[in-house]
Design a protein around this ligand. Structure first.
Ligand code: CTP
Ligand code: MG
Length: 225
């Protein structure tokens, strides 16, 4: 099989409240985006790593991490638009499978990515890394109305792995119909195709708010030591 990666990195990071988009914050010696790209670059079977970056982003061109397989694509309005732009950048020579991974998840381990690849490709089904919900979950606005049974609840992580044509078609159709798409799996579910849940490490966090930075810094240092 052939495999490419798409890294949506065109967000503004509004919840981080930092001057530059959060993927350019430096932790443990390099930017979050460079940590993420360095993880993916360890996968020798990737033919291309498409990074979706905003057209007016002045930072991407200054990154030090270089891998010959990295190509830049234009970001879109929402994350799903950025991913679709990345997919379309591969349309001339489409891979069999695409691995979509958030720029903001530098803590992913190679072992988890390898397990996602082997479980999904062996089953010939798309799938995602996910971790079982650990906390007791409440539903309500100002007061808890209900405790939600959590035995079948998972937190969706990335990477998410799907067949190129399945994902491109599902995203295009869902976006055209204004369906809310927050990850690749939501588009595939909407297209009534299977999404395998592959248990991954819960410390593969999406760096989102300022309090995530100390934890991410600690975990990155630990991975490098
Ligand atoms: N992303 C993207 N294009 C967008 C929006 C988001 O490529 N239009 C990317 C982000 O750069 C990030 C990933 O999708 O790597 C996950 O999105 P999120 O964590 O929500 O990042 P931001 O949208 O940048 O943050 P916020 O929602 O707080 O503004
Ligand atoms: Mg966002």
């Amino acid at each position: 099989y052939t495999l490419a990666a798409i890294v949506p990195a065109a967000g503004v990071g509004s919840r981080m409240q930092h001057s530059a988009p959060k993927q350019y914050i430096r932790l443990a010696g390099k930017t979050i985006l460079e940590h993420t790209l360095a993880k993916l670059a360890q996968l020798k079977q990737l033919t291309t790593i498409v990074v979706a970056v905003s057209d007016d982003d002045p930072y991407f061109a200054t990154l030090e991490f270089i891998d010959q397989r990295i190509v830049r694509a234009s970001g879109g309005k929402e994350r799903a638009d950025s991913v679709l732009n990345g997919l379309l950048a591969l349309a001339d020579n489409p891979p069999d499978w695409v691995l979509v991974h958030d720029a903001a998840r530098p803590l992913v381990t190679l072992a988890d990515i390898e397990r996602l690849l082997s479980e999904c490709i062996n089953a010939d089904e798309g799938g995602i890394l996910a971790s079982k919900v650990k906390d007791t979950i409440k539903r309500g606005a100002t007061h808890s109305q209900q405790t939600v049974p959590r035995d079948d609840l998972w937190q969706a992580l990335t990477p998410q792995l799907f067949k190129y044509h399945d994902l491109t078609q599902a995203l295009q159709t869902a976006l055209a119909q204004q369906v809310t798409i927050t990850d690749e799996a939501s588009a595939i579910e909407w297209a009534n195709k299977p999404v395998k849940l592959v248990a991954g490490r819960s410390d593969n966090i999406k760096i989102t708010t300022p309090e995530d930075l100390d934890l991410a810094n600690f975990l990155l240092q630990k991975q490098h030591s």
